[in-house]
Design a protein around this ligand. Structure first.
Ligand code: ARG
Length: 589
């Protein structure tokens, strides 16, 4: 049984900026220097450094094999990959971060980090705040295009998934000091508005004074107008005419369009509010004005061709082209996205455009990207910037294995120890956290099954379990009765026990994990980090408590707890904001 209360977190804000850099990043620098000495003529060899199986060490450098294949038979003094590895090891400059190195197999250099250095780095973090461990990315400004529902149509569970993943990606980048433009690219333009407007005029001749409530459910309204459109040719013609009037900017039509958008907006803004997500709407209509100019530029670059009455960009390797002007002369999804990309690059000066939609749209974004490369807007290589990335995700499935349909369910039964208000607050925090986390922890490309029982399980890899683990750390710290700020500064931290060291090393890897999650746009990497952190903490706590392990000393262990807590807060906060600051206390406490 668990009760909830808001607890003060013990993480400190960084007073001044000091970038520790990731462990991996620092090893890369060390090995880079060694490689320059070892193989001076192989100037662009990038050090291949990875965390490795703890049986061999903490990290491994894997350059020897590939270097050997490059230099063998070319008069090199080396006799095989192992001597290459040996030389890489010997040429390492002395560093306080490394304890010992050894060679394994065909020249792998295994590195065991200095435990003292790990402890010292953690102590620094405790004083300066874990925020100083944010990774340095190569971009300054990024656009995250996410959520993006369509006006008057249903905001389905795919849009919800885009909202959750997009928000977390934005948080990850924001933590890494990237300025993020959170863009809601709503579908607020297009031919469907002709029929919607015409239907609005028909049902409410006095459109100016009609209330939003009278129009009611927009989705039903959309269906009714569609039915009218399909069954009545006179209406259809009027609707087509309405599109022209709207695009021509006629006042009455613009107003009707605004009204429809506004009603829709109220609907999805309620969702964002509940999920605690901030977004700035720049819908498709925003870019309409710029489309002709952008297409003209592409035309002058010779990219646009005529095909069956339409204007298209041919894409190598695709059986059909990227249609940018329809045969009726109208613009479409593609022309809007090309223009939005142009706008984000040139007007908003963003270096990374990230689009979060289901995998079904992969092709569209591949074509968009190829067209932009052909236009010279983006560099040809995928690892250089500016860059456009499609973040695709799989379907949300119901327990029956079919596409998920929303259903209502009770999160908790009401027990005696809950007041109505507590129950409400708890259900909200845990519920939203659980739904978000259940989505984020999967590799986003896979479909995932929406299952309340699973996501609310307090034992598996769930938000509930992590909150519980976190609460336990808070409770240990609180019950010690020590002054945390004092404790952080006094004495030297020692990682005496192997479980303590393992936890320490894991903590230290925070920056490189966030960096990896950002670079590959994979929130699940960070989820895994958090889950392992709580596992490592549990092991540390059961094996290294002061009474069982006098060498560690309670104060030392306590400081490791504080460090763990601050990492947990920050990681949780990057992933899902709604659970931040809410911790559970075991009632038995
Ligand atoms: N409105 C689109 C949909 O619901 C998603 C838009 C995604 N963003 C974009 N720039 N195309 O499918």
């Amino acid at each position: 049984l668990i009760s909830f209360r808001r607890v003060q977190t013990v993480s400190t804000m960084a007073a001044e900026e000091e970038v520790v850099g990731s462990v991996k990043g620092q090893l890369v620098q060390l090995f880079e220097a060694s490689l320059r000495i070892t193989v001076p003529d192989q100037t662009n060899t990038e050090p291949l450094i990875a965390a490795c199986n703890p049986r061999f060490g903490d990290y491994q450098c894997n350059n020897a094999m590939s270097l050997w294949t490059k230099i063998k038979g070319k008069g090199s003094a080396f006799k095989g990959p192992q001597p290459v590895g040996q030389a890489i090891m010997t040429n390492l400059l002395p560093s306080e971060m490394i304890d010992t190195c050894s060679i394994a197999g065909p020249g792998f250099v295994n590195v065991i980090l200095s435990t003292q250095w790990i402890a010292k780095s953690i102590q620094k973090m405790l004083i300066k705040g874990i925020e100083t461990w944010s990774p340095k990315l190569r971009v300054k400004r990024a656009v995250v295009d996410f959520s993006s529902p369509n006006i008057a149509k249903e905001m389905h569970v795919g849009h919800l998934r885009s909202t959750i993943i997009g928000d977390t990606l934005a948080r990850m980048l924001e933590f890494s000091n990237v300025e993020v433009l959170r863009r809601n690219h709503v579908g607020d333009w297009g031919t469907q508005f002709g029929m919607l407007i015409e239907y609005l005029f028909e049902k409410f001749p006095n459109m100016e004074v009609v209330s939003d409530q009278a129009i009611g459910d927009l989705e039903a309204f959309y269906k009714a107008s569609k039915q009218r459109f399909d069954s009545d040719p006179v209406f259809k013609e009027r609707a087509q005419h309405a599109v022209v009037s709207l695009q021509g900017g006629e006042e009455r039509y613009r107003k009707a369009w605004s009204k429809i958008c506004e009603i829709s907006r109220q609907g999805y803004e309620r969702v964002y509010e509940r999920l605690g997500i901030g977004l700035e709407e720049k819908g498709e209509s925003f870019y309409n004005l710029y489309i002709p100019g952008v297409l003209e530029e592409l035309n002058q670059k010779g990219l646009i061709e005529e095909s069956e009455g339409a204007r298209v960009i041919k894409i190598e390797g695709k059986s059909y082209p990227f249609i940018v002007v329809k045969s009726d002369g109208g613009f479409n999804y593609a022309s809007t996205d090309l223009t939005a990309l142009w706008y984000r690059l040139n007007e908003e000066k963003a270096e990374w455009m990230i689009y979060v939609t289901d995998v079904g749209q992969r092709e569209h974004f591949e074509m968009l990207c190829t067209a932009a490369k052909r236009a010279g807007w983006l560099p040809p290589a995928d690892n250089s910037y500016p860059k456009a990335s499609h973040v695709g995700f799989g379907l949300v499935l119901g327990e029956d294995g079919k596409r998920f349909q929303t259903r209502t369910s009770h999160l908790f039964g009401k027990g005696d120890e809950w007041t109505e208000e507590e129950l409400e607050q708890t259900a909200e925090a845990v519920g939203y956290g659980a739904v978000k986390y259940a989505d984020l922890k999967n590799n986003r490309l896979t479909n995932y099954t929406f299952n309340f029982d699973q996501m609310l399980n307090d034992k598996g890899n769930t938000a509930v379990y992590l909150l519980y683990a976190h609460a336990r750390i808070c409770s240990i710290i609180r019950k010690s009765g020590k002054d945390m700020e004092e404790l952080k500064k006094t004495g030297t931290l020692v990682l005496a026990h192997s479980d303590e060291r393992a936890l320490g090393l894991h903590l230290l890897q925070f920056a490189e994990i966030v960096e990896e999650a950002c670079t590959n746009l994979l929130p699940n990497v960070l989820c895994e980090y958090l889950y392992n952190l709580s596992e490592d903490f549990t092991r540390f706590y059961s094996n290294c408590q002061s009474d069982q392990n006098p060498s560690a000393g309670f104060a030392f262990s306590l400081r490791v707890s504080i460090a763990t807590e601050s990492a947990a807060v920050v990681a949780e906060n990057i992933l899902v904001d709604s659970v931040y600051g809410i911790c559970m206390d075991p009632i038995a406490d």
